[in-house]
Design a protein. Sequence first.
Length: 85
Amino acid sequence: DKSLPFTQLSCFGNAFLTRFECARLPSAPLQGMTLIDTPGILSGEKQRVKRGYEFETIVRWFADRVDMIIMLFDVAKLDISDEFR
Protein backbone atom coordinates (compact mmCIF):
# COMPACT_ATOMS: atom_id res chain seq x y z
CA ASP A 1 0.00 0.00 0.00
CA LYS A 2 1.74 3.16 -1.20
CA SER A 3 -0.15 5.29 1.31
CA LEU A 4 1.91 3.69 4.09
CA PRO A 5 5.44 4.95 4.82
CA PHE A 6 7.15 1.62 4.14
CA THR A 7 7.85 1.63 0.39
CA GLN A 8 11.47 2.65 1.08
CA LEU A 9 11.99 -0.70 2.79
CA SER A 10 12.23 -2.37 -0.60
CA CYS A 11 15.92 -1.41 -0.65
CA PHE A 12 16.54 -4.09 2.02
CA GLY A 13 15.63 -6.90 -0.37
CA ASN A 14 13.28 -9.85 -0.46
CA ALA A 15 14.87 -11.68 2.48
CA PHE A 16 13.56 -8.90 4.70
CA LEU A 17 10.37 -8.09 2.79
CA THR A 18 9.10 -11.68 2.97
CA ARG A 19 9.22 -11.38 6.78
CA PHE A 20 7.70 -7.89 6.99
CA GLU A 21 3.96 -7.78 7.62
CA CYS A 22 1.54 -4.94 8.04
CA ALA A 23 -1.99 -4.75 9.42
CA ARG A 24 -4.34 -1.78 9.53
CA LEU A 25 -7.13 -1.58 12.06
CA PRO A 26 -9.74 1.14 12.51
CA SER A 27 -9.19 2.58 15.99
CA ALA A 28 -9.89 6.18 16.93
CA PRO A 29 -7.42 6.24 19.87
CA LEU A 30 -4.61 4.91 17.66
CA GLN A 31 -5.28 7.17 14.68
CA GLY A 32 -2.04 8.68 13.41
CA MET A 33 0.05 6.14 15.34
CA THR A 34 2.12 3.31 13.88
CA LEU A 35 3.28 0.40 16.05
CA ILE A 36 6.13 -1.75 14.76
CA ASP A 37 7.12 -5.10 16.21
CA THR A 38 10.61 -5.89 14.95
CA PRO A 39 12.17 -9.35 14.95
CA GLY A 40 13.65 -10.26 18.29
CA ILE A 41 17.28 -9.86 19.24
CA LEU A 42 19.13 -13.13 18.73
CA SER A 43 21.09 -14.53 21.64
CA GLY A 44 23.35 -17.49 22.35
CA GLU A 45 23.99 -19.82 19.41
CA LYS A 46 21.28 -18.11 17.33
CA GLN A 47 23.58 -15.08 16.99
CA ARG A 48 25.76 -17.08 14.61
CA VAL A 49 22.87 -17.78 12.23
CA LYS A 50 22.49 -15.39 9.31
CA ARG A 51 19.12 -13.66 9.06
CA GLY A 52 19.49 -13.05 5.35
CA TYR A 53 19.27 -9.28 5.80
CA GLU A 54 21.09 -6.57 7.72
CA PHE A 55 19.15 -6.46 11.00
CA GLU A 56 21.12 -3.56 12.47
CA THR A 57 20.70 -1.44 9.32
CA ILE A 58 16.95 -2.00 9.26
CA VAL A 59 16.54 -1.21 12.96
CA ARG A 60 18.56 1.97 12.41
CA TRP A 61 16.28 2.88 9.45
CA PHE A 62 13.24 2.65 11.72
CA ALA A 63 14.98 4.42 14.63
CA ASP A 64 15.81 7.41 12.40
CA ARG A 65 12.09 7.89 11.67
CA VAL A 66 10.34 7.41 14.99
CA ASP A 67 9.50 9.55 17.99
CA MET A 68 9.87 6.79 20.56
CA ILE A 69 11.34 3.29 20.89
CA ILE A 70 10.00 0.93 23.54
CA MET A 71 12.04 -2.20 24.13
CA LEU A 72 10.53 -5.24 25.78
CA PHE A 73 12.56 -8.10 27.22
CA ASP A 74 11.66 -11.63 28.20
CA VAL A 75 12.61 -11.94 31.89
CA ALA A 76 13.02 -15.68 31.44
CA LYS A 77 15.83 -15.09 28.92
CA LEU A 78 18.56 -13.04 30.55
CA ASP A 79 21.25 -13.67 27.91
CA ILE A 80 22.46 -10.32 26.59
CA SER A 81 23.08 -10.54 22.87
CA ASP A 82 25.99 -9.14 20.88
CA GLU A 83 23.32 -7.70 18.56
CA PHE A 84 22.25 -5.41 21.38
CA ARG A 85 25.60 -3.59 21.53
